[in-house]
Design a protein around this ligand. Structure first.
Ligand code: ADP
Ligand code: MG
Length: 352
């Protein structure tokens, strides 16, 4: 409500466009005014000309209490670490190296100096691990909860940059690490919160789920894999980080690259503890690997000529290949049937 409200103005709900539709709609009218802006909105990071051989990378992410994190099961130190990691991850997704961050907070009076010190101890640890520098930020108050906004700067050699839009027909589709664990870690934390709320005397039972909890709470950016690719002389033809879930990112790569992508169920890298935990929680592990978010692994495409170099490395899994756009995006199950990949993931799995 505003005192200036014009009764005739339409009030279209944001939900009509969704997140990506809204970003497109709002940013469409903008034209770049500077020659050195190489890539603006639409990739994991903005790309700015730095020198003859180098690009500067810039990305930003906001985390809001109650939307992106729940402090009843997220230690502040872990939150600080994660806020840095998810930003560094966007620089990795451009095949770049992060160098500096700014960290801004809006805090309500619920937070003590000691609590904020905890948050900053996580930021410090992340800065040490990723070898980046905290160079600024902003501090203000909030009427409810904690809001964090982080920006990250990075660099990449021009000839090594990977955009979302470079995948070519017949390229191999590769994912780092393993999938689905972070989502299951969140389910465990949510379950224990529910139990605690209905019976505050009961201690949380987090026993035996270390890997999933670590994947949810101690998010790591995959900067180590960017280094491995560089050592192997591999420049991905396209790349994105997996923040929202594998299927969602597959759709981004195929849309931006104007191709189709086919991936295979029996190739998905799922840790055995993830398999077991999914079964304990009555969830389909394949569904978790396809749609569970926050793994922050890298998803990329490479020319087939690099196959020999990557095939023996267990940290990289070839999960599919790039096809002509007209074949669409497909998920091939173990029984060799093909299912179109939709924005909601693979529907039959949701109901199974
Ligand atoms: P990621 O998940 O990799 O962090 P997002 O999905 O948040 O990326 O954003 C996609 C693209 O849209 C990025 O280029 C981002 O900078 C841009 N973007 C997101 N929100 C806005 C906004 N409110 N105004 C302008 N650009 C935005
Ligand atoms: Mg990203």
């Amino acid at each position: 409500m505003s005192i200036f409200e014009d009764k005739k103005t339409k009030n279209t709900p944001v939900s009509e466009l969704g997140e990506f539709g809204l970003i497109d709609y709002l940013t469409k009218p903008f034209k770049n005014n500077n020659k050195n802006t190489i890539k603006g909105v639409g990739d994991d990071a903005a790309v700015i000309e730095l020198s003859k051989d180098q690009y500067r990378l810039l990305s930003t992410d906001m985390l809001v209490e109650g939307v992106h994190f729940d402090l009843s099961y997220t230690p502040l130190k872990h939150l600080g670490y994660k806020a840095v990691s998810v930003n560094v991850s966007d620089i990795c997704a451009m095949n770049g190296k992060a160098s500096q961050i700014t960290f801004s907070i809006a805090v309500s009076n619920r937070f003590s100096i000691e609590a904020l010190e905890e948050l900053y101890s996580g930021i410090k640890l992340a800065c040490e691990n990723y070898k980046i520098d905290l160079v600024g930020g902003d501090t203000t108050s909030s009427t409810s909860g904690l809001v964090i906004s982080v920006s990250v700067l990075g660099e990449v050699e021009k000839q090594k940059i990977s955009y979302r839009n470079g995948a070519k027909i017949n390229d191999l589709v590769v994912v780092t690490g393993d999938l689905g664990a972070a989502y299951l870690g969140l389910q465990i934390l949510k379950r224990e919160k529910e139990i605690f709320l209905s019976n505050p005397g009961v201690q949380p039972d987090l026993h035996g789920n270390d890997y999933a909890l670590q994947r949810q709470l101690k998010t790591e950016a995959r900067s180590n894999f960017v280094k491995v690719l560089d050592d192997l002389n591999i420049v991905p033809t396209s790349m994105i980080d997996i923040s929202d879930g594998l299927t969602s990112e597959i759709l981004h790569l195929s849309k931006h690259s104007d191709v189709g992508i086919t991936i295979y169920e029996d190739k998905l890298p799922i840790d055995y503890t993830t398999m077991n935990l999914a079964k304990d929680l009555n969830l389909n592990p394949i569904f978790c690997a396809l749609n569970g978010g926050e793994d922050y692994e890298l998803l990329f495409t490479i020319s087939q000529s690099h196959y020999e170099k990557l095939k023996k490395d267990v940290d990289f899994t070839i999960i599919g290949h790039v096809t002509d756009k007209k074949e669409g995006n497909n998920f091939i199950t173990k029984d060799s049937t093909s299912h179109p990949i939709t924005a909601q993931g693979w529907d039959p799995l949701i109901s199974s």
